[in-house]
Ligand binder design. Structure first.
Ligand code: FAD
Length: 402
């Protein structure tokens, strides 16, 4: 772990906060990836994040830099993608989210959602056209599933694509609306999931297509250093080449969501760790009643409780990563990791804020920013309740969604 200023504690094994020696479970290559992304976070995110958050901006010039760092479509093979392991991708997500959930969200939307949809379900032409430049951060993608009236229940979506003409040259006409779509107003391509006469299908809608309007959602109290939009589709005409040929039904978007949820299980622990480190450093320096806050039993209990959850959650994320790299990771395991780690990260961030006292409510310190962001993280990619229902069905055999 690094301290609050982001400087790594000495060599492996020197960090008193790594009680379980989790670092010893990582290979030299994995540690190197982590160091590289940690350096990036220290240099490019930490110095400016308070300003971006206050001004509610996501600096788009980060995109090519993240491409160069090799974290866009990090786990995908071919088409200019980095082809790294699931554990390496997880470690990168953790380091980026230690900076801010908004930056990790950018990487998730671009890589785990938009690029994964094209990589998994696209035609050879679609992959060649989009993936190399998306991996480089030259082009930005969005993933449009949620609608104003269809969130946790995407099967109730009303955005509809009907055939435009007949025969093999027939295209599509798209009507409807999406909400909360990350990056939509700046995206070069939208991956849009729509109902058809043949069930849910995916479409690639390039920026500038007539009839598409994307409007950023303002006045957010969470995830301020990132962009989410309302989108409307008004008789949008698409050619036959817009269809993602291999995606049929909700399996198409769900398989991408699983990739993103996996990254979140890691990322949330980054936000938690950064909050803990901020509180620990503050408690060691802040004197009240004649001694450092860290010297009081009540403060130590808070710090220890935070550390327990961070160490357990990080081990859990690593276990999921090893399973994913072995090709055996199951959806309910991802649900367990996402539900637990985001829930515990939120508790850690709030508790960390309490140690910072009044100073903790300013953007000079990270914990309350992390806590506000984690409210979004617990909501997107399946809410706490949705993952509880997935696990409830898994252990009882009884679906309780309806
Ligand atoms: C910052 C941010 C970024 C996002 N980015 C994207 C994106 O890029 N692309 C995209 O498609 N979407 C995105 N989303 C949307 C996100 O996936 C949805 O917000 C989420 O799926 C929840 O849907 P909803 O907000 O409509 O809430 P609802 O589904 O209306 O749920 C409201 C509450 O009811 C609960 N609930 C729902 N059903 C049940 C049930 N059966 N039993 C018990 N409780 C239930 C929920 O758990 C929740 O607590 C984003 C959201 C946010 C906040």
């Amino acid at each position: 772990m690094s301290n609050v200023a982001g400087f790594p504690h000495g060599s492996e094994g020197d960090d008193p906060s790594d009680v379980l020696a989790i670092d010893s479970l990582l290979s030299p290559e994995e540690l190197a990836v982590r160091e590289r992304v940690r350096d990036f976070t220290n240099q490019r995110i930490r110095p400016d994040i308070a300003g971006w958050y206050e001004d509610a901006v996501f600096p788009l010039d980060l995109a090519p830099e993240l491409g160069e760092l090799g974290v866009l479509g990090m786990h995908l093979e071919g088409y200019g993608c980095p082809g790294r392991s699931a554990v390496e991708y997880g470690l990168a997500a953790m380091e980026l989210e230690a900076g801010d959930s908004g930056v990790r969200t950018f990487v998730s939307v671009q890589g785990s959602l938009a690029m994964t949809a094209i990589h998994k379900w696209g035609s050879e032409e679609q992959k060649q056209e989009w993936l190399p430049r998306m991996a480089a951060g030259e082009l930005i993608g969005a993933f449009a599933l949620t609608e104003p009236t269809a969130g946790s229940d995407p099967a109730s979506m009303t955005t509809f694509a009907r055939p435009d003409g007949t025969g093999s040259n027939a295209g599509w006409i798209l009507d409807g609306a999406k909400r909360w779509i990350g990056l939509a107003s700046v995206a070069d391509v939208l991956v849009v999931w729509a109902m058809t006469d043949d069930g849910v299908r995916g479409f690639l809608v390039p920026a500038g297509t007539a009839g598409v309007t994307a409007t950023p959602i303002g006045q957010k109290l969470s995830m301020r250093a990132s962009i989410q939009c309302d989108i409307t589709f008004d008789a949008v005409r698409l050619g036959p080449e817009a269809l993602l040929p291999a995606a049929r039904g909700l399996r198409g978007p769900f398989s991408c969501l699983n990739e993103a949820r996996y990254g979140i299980a890691w990322g949330a622990m980054g936000a938690a760790r950064d909050s803990y480190e901020a509180a620990l450093a503050y408690a060691q320096e802040r004197l009240q009643f004649g001694k450092p806050l860290a010297g009081y039993q009540l403060t130590q209990e808070k710090l220890v409780n935070m550390l327990l959850e961070i160490q357990k959650g990080t081990l859990l994320a690593l276990h999921l990563g090893r399973l994913k790299d072995a090709g055996t990771l199951r959806p309910e395991q991802i649900s367990l990791g996402k539900l637990n780690n985001v829930r515990e990260a939120l508790t850690v961030a709030r508790e960390a804020r309490s140690i910072l006292g009044g100073n903790g409510i300013t953007l000079d310190h990270s914990p309350l920013r992390h806590a506000a962001n984690l409210e979004s993280v617990r909501t997107y990619e399946g809410t706490d309740e949705v993952h509880t229902l997935i696990l409830g069905q898994h252990i009882t055999g009884l679906p309780a969604f309806r």
